[in-house]
Design a protein around this ligand. Structure first.
Ligand code: HEM
Ligand SMILES: *[C@@H]1O[C@H](CO)[C@@H](O)[C@H](O)[C@H]1NC(C)=O
Length: 317
């Protein structure tokens, strides 16, 4: 009888996918105050540097889509993920947020080297969303840190600003994310900035202005984005780049999505009704965002004895 129970336990351990081993109270006995420690470190950093919010949120996304949410994007060595050209525009304040929060956690003797950098990034992401006016939510924890980070692994793993709806859906579906999840997560573009080079083809090409782009807005963008200046100018993602709200979707309804991957969500009839819903109902957006970012946080996670708890988030142990 006992033997049967044991083998049943053993069996269920191995059939369960990794993410089902994440839990809200993972650090309850290990480092019970981890959430408040991270929150105050992130709040401090955010108050000094508001760009901490978009930087951290985008960092989490880029981490999860390449080798899973394992903080591999934070590793710093030759030819690491962050050296791929698509990661070069990740703002330094995102990395710094994780380093600072990790230092705060490790300054509590009981917590030292017990909390993964991957979990700290997931918590910091939740905190910046709340700090900018977005929804508050519980974060599943128990991720372990990866030991591998290569520039090559980023190739074909991140969406491009010129993706069609089908390309977006295919990439997000490969991580178990639905079209609704994808549209809700794109709402992260309510925060932060983009370099002009990401959308310059839409405002300056031989074929003229992108027809899906609002003409008045396109002409404004042309003025704000001078040709060939270094460093490239940055433009607000939406009219309220420091506030997490549904202005992003209202903008799409007016043809003011900055990237074609944003605008296509409204232009394509298959996704338009979801954009309209999120534009008219901030609660519906917030709810869908929480569902989607929770699923994003499960992508490819390492748990149990996989990976490690990194002592220094920028280096493997
Ligand atoms: C749906 C496909 C997506 C595409 C094609 C895309 C593409 C981009 C691009 C090209 C930039 C501008 C980078 C720069 O020039 O500095 C950007 C910025 C940003 N993205 Fe996305 N992204 C996508 C989805 C997401 C998701 C799912 C999130 C997070 C959940 C996210 C969060 C952000 C944030 C917060 C910024 C502003 C960064 C800053 O101000 O530092 N994006 N994205
Ligand atoms: C889309 O963008 C990517 C990366 O910026 C670029 O390599 C590619 O040529 C673009 N595709 C089209 C069809 O413009």
């Amino acid at each position: 009888m006992k033997k049967q129970m044991l083998s049943l336990l053993f069996f269920s351990f191995f059939v369960a996918s990794s993410y089902s081993q994440l839990s809200h109270n993972f650090y309850q006995h290990i480092c019970p105050n981890v959430e408040s420690i991270v929150r105050s470190a992130v709040t401090n950093k955010f108050q000094q540097m508001p760009v901490t919010a978009p930087a951290t949120l985008r960092l989490f996304f880029h981490d999860c889509f390449v080798r899973g949410c394992d903080a591999s994007v934070i590793l710093s060595h030759a030819n690491a993920e962050k050296d791929h050209h698509e990661d070069l525009s990740l703002a330094g304040d995102g990395f710094d947020t994780v380093i600072k929060a990790k230092a705060a956690v490790d300054s509590h003797p009981g917590c030292r080297n017990k909390v993964s950098c991957a979990d700290i990034l997931a918590l910091a992401t939740r905190d910046v969303v709340a700090l900018t006016g977005g929804p508050s939510y519980n974060v599943e924890l128990g991720r372990r840190d990866g030991r591998i980070s290569t520039r090559k692994s980023v190739q074909h793993k991140l969406p491009h600003a010129n993706f069609t709806l089908d390309q977006l859906n295919t990439m997000f579906a490969s991580h178990g994310l639905s079209q609704t999840d994808m549209i809700a997560l794109s709402g992260a573009h309510t925060l932060g900035f983009s370099h002009c080079n990401q959308f310059s083809k839409r405002i300056r090409s031989k074929a003229g202005i992108d027809r899906t782009l609002n003409r008045v807005y396109a002409l404004q963008l042309r003025q704000m984005c001078p040709v060939n200046v270094e460093p490239d100018v940055v433009i607000n993602m939406d009219p309220t780049p420091q506030t997490f709200d549904n202005a992003y979707y209202k903008n799409l309804q007016q043809g003011k999505g900055l990237f074609s991957s944003d605008q296509v969500l409204f232009t394509d009839a298959r996704s338009r009704s979801t954009v309209n819903l999120f534009a008219s109902n901030n609660n519906a957006f917030n709810k869908a965002f929480v569902t989607a970012i929770t699923k994003l946080g499960r992508v490819g996670v390492l748990t149990g004895y996989q990976g490690e708890i990194r002592r220094d988030c920028s280096r493997v142990n």
